[in-house]
Design a binder for this molecule. Structure first.
Ligand code: USQ
Length: 382
């Protein structure tokens, strides 16, 4: 298949591009380096510096013989997006091209507007580029489990059948996001649903939980091919952050009570899920939604797991609750369904002590690069 990956410079985008190319697909990536720019602006650079997309694509080709085409440009520019889709004629577009940080989106007016405009504009342009220039193309959009919030009922995979006054109908599962970033993903879903039901697009929306990990078969070929691994308060996801804190000797930053439960998955499983969704496309006129996670933990459970893995490696890991900078429930019911991707063939890589120990070992190799001032939350929801 011809697969166009938007946001190809991201933590998930670049490993996804290599995974598709290694599997024999014809791959192009697009990015405007927005995350790198924000990281520089907010002093939130990744632990391990990553070369530009072109440099990484060259290195990947030298090692594997597989080409990845690179487009650099702003997908919020409709001319650029339209031209790229017309030229590349993708069978699938994997859409990761969004400002992905909840804390950044809550920093102030400028950051909120930037997140809102970028995320919605890109999704809108992608929809129209497909309608105008590649109407058969399947859009695989990265949503987030955060779209649902933490309701006091089981979370279904995207849809909910409701019986009301004796009649029944199926609706998008109710949404209640906890940050402006997460809210942009709710709006994306609504936008996609409108164009699917009106113009017959084919779309898969993947509601993903926080991802952890730094190892994939292709990333492990060469240090230059690794994902950009963040541990700062802006871009770092909680598991990656805790492991870096363990190595740096900083007490693990549990926000508030630590009973917050989320659905986690290994970076390797993100790649499996996105490829499974691509290789088994949605039908025309279908908005297919999967919940993309493999296991659920509270923040306290994660901290305990990291402490246990750290202890086996001689680290003296401490855990310390700090004031929660976010507005979120710290004790709540959480029971999401996540069987759709398993039925498609997902074989989960669970969070074992070995997986955490392997990450700790890799982080230790970069211990000197850890900047302690990037760990404590610098953005508050209030
Ligand atoms: N948390 C801590 N301590 C920390 C960092 C986070 O207790 O040092 C807590 C947060 O308060 C939250 C949970 O851990 O309850 C997860 O936080 P996170 O920063 O790992 O995840 P989040 O900000 O929700 O966003 C990340 C990705 C985002 C993706 C989302 C999936 O950055 O792009 O959409 O995970 S989900 O969380 O399911 O919405």
């Amino acid at each position: 298949m011809r697969v166009l990956i938007l946001g190809g410079d991201g933590y998930l985008g670049w490993p996804t591009a290599m995974d598709f190319a290694a599997a024999g697909h014809d791959v192009a990536v697009a990015d405007n380096y927005l995350r790198r720019l924000i990281a520089e602006k907010t002093d939130s650079e990744a632990l391990i510096p990553t070369p530009t997309l072109s440099a990484r694509a060259r290195r990947f080709e030298a090692l594997t013989g597989k080409k990845i085409k690179v487009f650099i440009g702003d997908l919020a520019d409709s001319d650029l997006t339209f031209n790229m889709v017309r030229q590349f004629q993708p069978d699938t577009i994997v859409h990761y091209a969004e400002q992905p940080s909840a804390p950044y989106s809550m920093r102030g007016f400028a950051e909120a507007r930037e997140t809102f405009q970028n995320n919605l504009d890109v999704t809108f342009n992608v929809i129209w580029a497909v309608m105008e220039h590649a109407p058969e193309c399947h859009i695989v959009k990265l949503g987030t489990m955060g779209e649902y919030g933490t309701p006091d009922i089981d979370i279904e995979e995207g849809w909910l059948e409701i019986e009301h006054k004796g009649r029944k109908d199926k609706f998008l599962f109710p949404r209640a996001a906890g940050s402006l970033y997460h809210t942009t993903k709710v709006l994306d879903t609504d936008l996609l649903w409108f164009y699917v039901r009106t113009y017959g697009l084919r779309v898969t929306d993947l509601m993903q939980g926080p991802v952890y990990g730094m190892s994939t078969p292709e990333a492990d070929l060469d240090p230059a091919l690794g994902p950009n691994f963040h541990y700062d308060d802006i871009f770092g996801t909680v598991v990656n952050r805790f492991l870096v804190q363990a190595v740096a000797g900083i007490p693990l930053t549990v926000y508030g009570g630590g009973g917050q439960t989320r659905g986690y998955l290994n970076l390797r499983d993100t790649l499996q899920c996105v490829r499974l969704a691509t290789e088994h496309p949605a039908a025309k006129g279908e908005l297919r939604i999967y919940n993309q996670l493999t296991e659920t933990f509270t923040v306290n459970e994660l901290a305990e797991r990291v402490r246990r893995a750290g202890d086996t490696m001689g680290l003296k890991v401490q855990i310390k609750s700090i004031t929660n900078p976010r507005k979120e429930k710290e004790e709540h019911y959480y029971n999401p369904t996540f069987s759709g991707l398993i039925e498609l063939g997902l074989k989960p890589n669970y969070m074992t002590d070995e997986v955490l120990a392997d990450m700790i070992e890799r982080i230790i190799a970069h211990k000197n690069a850890i900047a302690a001032e990037r760990i404590m939350p610098r953005v508050s929801w209030n």
